[in-house]
Structure formats: structure tokens, C-alpha cells
Design a protein around this ligand. Structure first.
Ligand SMILES: O=P(O)(O)OC[C@H]1O[C@H](O[C@H]2O[C@H](CO)[C@@H](O)[C@H](O)[C@H]2O)[C@H](O)[C@@H](O)[C@@H]1O
Length: 272
């Protein structure tokens, strides 16, 4: 683990005022190890244990993910879990929401724009020697995964331009991630999502842990919250696959297992 100079001060503030602290994490690559098939992903049980311990002492525990919210709640095993009774999960980059309190989902209808994209994807993949790419239809977004192709990185680069053009043709946004090119609606990102949650919960300290490019808006938002007196602590779930977050983080740990250990250490510190 690497820890930067500002972390101790934020940890001290969290320890002094846990009830006004928001602890938020991304799902894939942060709470959940990266696997080939997105449907086989699961939250690291040690990370969920740590979140459940933290959920008893901090103001809010949240997950902010690109996954559909129902998928994240299911793969995370969060529903009905002791300690997570006031958890919030924000899915599809903040468009969808689940509140553990009352087991309430707020999921807007799927936008019609994605249907034409879904129709165009098979021909696009065939034209770029990528028929075997996994296509994940998330209703509000379509993910094209190259991880299982023979040369995943080359396929990703081959597809990036055409998939970007397809998104632009339909007025949509390209969200690149770990061996995935995702086409989704513009207008929402994890930065807006975390800012809104901080305001809603009146948080004065915020922890956010992430691993991939889609987490960078949340990193920027947490830094920006300092201007409003909200202390932020950014944790990078480090990997060789994506290095863009480590320079901006206060703490860099070794993947989801490192995140779980760090969250458990925070729970220990708070006497949870
Ligand atoms: O915001 P996140 O929770 O990090 O979700 C981002 C995307 O994660 C998923 O894809 C990634 O994880 C998969 C399972 O480990 C892996 O197979 C894939 O290569 C990764 O890119 C998910 O499938 C996407 O829908 C999410 O947007």
C-alpha cells in the first residue's frame, strides 16, 4: 500500500466524525475482481464484510457503478445484509438507484436511442474481425467487451474508432474501460452522482475507491468538494491494466483484495 501526505488528516476527521462520512466505492475492479464474463463477477466477501462493519458507524455506505443497479445489487449480495441497512447503490453512472432502506429501486425506462445501436453492432464487429466480442446489453448502454478475444488489446484499439463513430452518429457517449467500449447516453457521470449524494447526506468527509477511467469524474468531483469544506480521500484499486488513477489517489492498494484490507483497517480504526 502507498499512502500520500494528505490522507492522515482526512482519516483523523473521519475518526472524529464518522456519522458525517460517506464511504463510496466502484464495483468492478474495486470491490469485485475482474473476470472474463461480467455475469460471473462477484463482490469480494471480505470487502462486503468491511462495508457492513462500516455501515454500522459511518453516515452512508454507497456503491457507484456503470452496472445496471439491479445487477450490482445482485452480484454484490447487498440486499438484506446486516450493517448495510442504509446503503445506497447508484447504477448506470448514477441514473439508477437502490436504497437498502425499504429495498427501493428507482430505475427510469430504457431510452429508445440504444435500439438502433444494438442493431448496428453485429455488422460493426464483423467488419473489424471481432465477431467473438462479448456484447453486454444494459438497457441504457451497450458494452462491447474484447477481453475474451485472442488479442484483446489489439481488438480494443481496432474497435475504438468505429465504436466511437457509431456512438456519435446517434448522439451518444463513448465510455472506455478495461477491455470494454461502452456506448451510453451523455449527461450523467460518477462525478455528478457522488456530488449529489454528498449534498443529500450532508457528508463532510468522503472516501471514494475506484480503478478505471469511468471513476475519474468521481475523483475530480471529490477533489472539487474541498472548496466547499468537504474533505476527500481517494483510494485507487491498482492494477497493471489501468494506471490513470494512481497518480491522483491518496492511497494506492493492490486490487480488490487491497481495497478490502483497506476498508477493514478503516473499520478497525473506527471501532466498528
Ligand atoms: O463502474 P464499474 O463498477 O467499474 O463498472 C464498469 C464496467 O465493469 C464491467 O466490466 C469490467 O468488469 C468485467 C467483469 O470483471 C470484465 O469482464 C470487463 O472486462 C471489465 O471491463 C461491466 O461489465 C460493465 O458493464 C461496466 O460498465
Amino acid at each position: 500500500m502507498q499512502q500520500g501526505p494528505g490522507a492522515d488528516e482526512v482519516l483523523a476527521a473521519i475518526t472524529a466524525e464518522p456519522a458525517t462520512t460517506l464511504v463510496a466505492a466502484d464495483f468492478d475492479g474495486t470491490l469485485s475482481p475482474i473476470v472474463d464474463d461480467p455475469e460471473r463477477a462477484f463482490a469480494d466477501p471480505a470487502a462486503v464484510d468491511a462495508l457492513a462493519r462500516l455501515g454500522r458507524v459511518v453516515g452512508t455506505v454507497a456503491v457507484i457503478t456503470g452496472r445496471p443497479v439491479r445487477t450490482a445489487v445482485r452480484l454484490g449480495g447487498f440486499a438484506g445484509r446486516d450493517g448495510l441497512g442504509s446503503m445506497v447503490v447508484l447504477g448506470q453512472y448514477g441514473v439508477e438507484r437502490w436504497d437498502a432502506d425499504g429495498d427501493r429501486y428507482d430505475v427510469p425506462p430504457d431510452p429508445p436511442e440504444l435500439a438502433a445501436v444494438a442493431e448496428a453492432v453485429p455488422a460493426l464487429l464483423a467488419a473489424h474481425d471481432a465477431e467473438g466480442a462479448r456484447v453486454e446489453d444494459k438497457g441504457r448502454a451497450i458494452g462491447i467487451h474484447t477481453r475474451e478475444l485472442p488479442d484483446a488489446a489489439a481488438a480494443f484499439e481496432r474497435l475504438r474508432g468505429p465504436v466511437t463513430a457509431l456512438a456519435e452518429q446517434h448522439g451518444l457517449h463513448l465510455e472506455p474501460g478495461k477491455q470494454v467500449l461502452e456506448i451510453r447516453l451523455p449527461g450523467m457521470d460518477k462525478g455528478h452522482a457522488i456530488e449529489a449524494l454528498v449534498a443529500e447526506r450532508g457528508a463532510r468527509q468522503v472516501v471514494f475507491a475506484g480503478d478505471d477511467l469511468g471513476d475519474l469524474p468521481a475523483f475530480a468531483a471529490v477533489r472539487g468538494l474541498a472548496a466547499r469544506g468537504v474533505r476527500g480521500l481517494l483510494v485507487c484499486s491498482g492494477s497493471t491494466e489501468e494506471r490513470a488513477l494512481s497518480d491522483q489517489a491518496d492511497v494506492v492498494v493492490d486490487g480488490p483484495a487491497g481495497v478490502a484490507d483497506w476498508l477493514a483497517a478503516l473499520a478497525d480504526r473506527l471501532g466498528a
